[in-house]
Write a protein that binds this ligand. Structure first.
Ligand code: SER
Length: 590
């Protein structure tokens, strides 16, 4: 069965069971959801519904949601792990319970997809003293009634079958469905069961998460009023089973991309599985992440993107694929998905720019860094690389710690991760001090011109957001009486049209002679009011929020002009790269 039909039948099945379709949301979670850097399951955007904080559009829902799981980056390279994948989800918000949910899943797999029912196993929660929960007898009975015999139901512990979407939040015991590829594919041990990672079993569906509790930061569970069901199926894995393979990279989903990689490298998948799987998964992940305007950076989503791109570059070089090859692969992924995700096509230049830039940055130091790493492994006594050396590789050669760890492991070395973290923290402290010094001196000059540049700085940010998109944020600024210098996240050179447009917008706003006002409020209120600012900064109890009516609202120390009409003529004189993924504009007021 082709993967397109697998998805279509899933949609038809749940639609016929009176479920309503939900849209697939962006990978970057909304600001209030800090539980993960990326959407990592179909249920994540639905948390307010489960908690009774928001009214659901219907009590039965389904969709296909793109997800990124950062915890799996290092596992990509085997037959089934992906950082970027699609989850087919269905939900009961206070509607049906586990028996129906299990039946729905079983019917689709066996009756509609025609999966061999004798190969299906289920895991059931065996209870947990610490959580104060007993064995899930209800679920155990349900599977037997549906048609999974006792000997293929495995009682598993909380680590396997108690599901929470993050450290905190809606959660509950679950029961997973696994496909048995046969003892010959696995470890051969008598004790082998669906929780074994040997390759015999593949988890394909998590159809019955009983969302009955909310977990707080201390790990305590409180009962939720609504009793709901969260279900998620791994699209790529189900397709694998239906196409008779436990290697998701040989399914119709990945085959064309793998063939493209084979063509570009003139190598064969069979002999280069690990590298080709990494390149295939990472090119999809980085295309989608960059497609949402994320640029490589030293932390958060930007750091994940950097890690993924750099790992991809490392393995593509091993295959003999160069920069233009990577570019072709990015194009291939965009073409593959542009019908369903038209923004990939719209942002295709930007995506290519972001990935290309990161490629260049890493390429510059990759060889030297690799040589240094090889040397370190030769000269280190013992088998553990020092934290300070791993940090040096990161800071000077751009080797993400995780990449060094992986490369070192290939030669039987470990790295001192704690030592690395200590170096990292030390360095951050030093650079923070440097920054705050700069900040103070920047503000020392309150001449009339500097104040004017300060106001137009806010207007420029807003204009860039209009022209390039709302993901643009300020990465730094420096004001003198002669000019402003403004850094912002953007992966490629701005076009002359974009520059002209931004300049025109600012000049239009200046002409409109808009009032600039200031209000003091708490950080929470500033956030609520939609003010921009770096909320991870430590602000005092009260902050100043400057509003340029209809144009901008920002947390800022000021001072500013009272009306934009006094600013004169705004002119962008230069636009250039400042660092990886950051552009710099120099502009003057005439
Ligand atoms: N949230 C569960 C999972 O991700 C089921 O959708 O496995």
């Amino acid at each position: 069965m082709d993967h397109v039909d697998v998805k279509r039948l899933f949609f038809e099945h749940f639609s016929s069971l009176k479920h309503k379709k939900l849209p697939d949301v962006p990978l970057i979670p909304p600001e209030h959801d800090t539980s993960s850097l990326f959407i990592n399951s179909g249920m994540q955007p639905l948390k307010p519904l489960f908690m009774g904080l928001q009214k659901p559009p219907a009590s039965r829902l389904y969709n296909s949601q793109k997800c990124v799981r950062t915890g799996d980056i290092d596992d990509v390279g085997d037959n089934k792990h992906l950082t970027f994948f699609f989850m087919l989800g269905n939900w009961s918000i206070g509607d049906y319970g586990v028996t129906e949910a299990a039946q729905f899943a079983y019917d689709l797999l066996v009756k509609k997809y025609g999966m061999n029912k004798n190969k299906l196993w289920a895991t059931v929660f065996k209870g947990d003293k610490k959580l104060g929960l007993g064995r899930d007898d209800n679920m155990f009975a349900a599977w037997q009634k549906i048609g999974i015999p006792r000997e293929r139901i495995f009682l598993a512990d909380a680590e396997e079958v108690f599901w929470v979407s993050g450290k905190t939040g809606p959660c509950g015991p679950t029961s997973e469905m696994h496909y048995d590829f046969g003892a010959s594919k696995g470890c051969g041990k008598k004790s082998c069961n669906p929780t074994c990672d040997c390759g015999r079993f593949m988890e394909i569906w998590n159809p019955c998460v009983q969302i009955s509790y909310n977990r707080n930061a201390a790990g305590k569970l409180t009962s939720l009023k609504l009793k709901s069901i969260d279900a998620g199926a791994g699209f790529e894995r189900i397709v694998g089973v239906l196409q008779g393979t436990n290697d998701v990279f040989t399914t119709t989903i990945f085959k064309p991309l793998i063939q493209q990689i084979e063509k570009l490298s003139s190598k064969n998948y069979t002999h280069n599985k690990k590298a080709m799987r990494i390149v295939a998964d990472h090119v999809r992940a980085s295309t989608f992440i960059a497609g949402e305007g994320v640029t490589p950076a030293r932390k958060d989503q930007g750091y994940v993107l950097r890690r993924i791109i750099r790992r991809m570059v490392r393995y593509s070089k091993q295959l003999g694929i160069d920069r233009s090859g990577i570019k072709q692969l990015v194009r291939f992924v965009i073409d593959d998905f542009k019908k369903e995700y038209p923004y990939l096509q719209r942002n295709s230049k930007q995506i290519a720019g972001i990935i290309g830039n990161e490629y260049d940055n890493f390429n510059k130091t990759l060889e030297k860094g690799s040589r240094l790493l090889a040397q370190l492994m030769q000269t280190t006594k013992g088998k553990t690389l020092r934290g300070v050396d791993v940090f040096h590789l990161y800071d000077t050669y751009g080797f993400p710690m995780e990449l060094t760890r992986e490369l070192a492991a290939e030669k039987g070395f470990k790295i001192d991760e704690n030592g690395y973290e200590r170096e990292f923290a030390k360095h951050r402290e030093v650079s923070k001090k440097g920054q705050s010094k700069k900040f103070v001196s920047g503000l020392a000059d309150h001449s009339e011109m500097v104040i004017k540049y300060h106001t137009v700085n806010h207007m420029l940010l807003s204009a860039l957001q209009k022209v390039l998109g709302p993901k643009v944020t300020q990465k730094g600024s420096n004001l003198t009486a002669e000019r402003l210098r403004f850094d912002f996240n953007w992966g490629e050179k701005m076009t002359p049209e974009q520059l002209k447009k931004s300049e025109d917008i600012v000049n239009k706003w200046i002409k409109q002679d808009v009032p600039v006002t200031m209000e003091e409020m708490s950080v929470a209120d500033a956030k609520k009011a939609g003010a921009q600012g770096v909320f991870t900064h430590k602000y005092g109890a009260k902050v100043k929020v400057y509003t340029i009516k209809g144009i901008s609202k920002e947390i800022c120390l000021g001072p500013h002009v009272n009306k934009t009409g006094v600013l004169g003529q705004f002119k962008i004189v230069k636009e250039k790269s400042s660092s990886a993924g950051v552009r710099r504009i120099k502009a003057v007021l005439e």
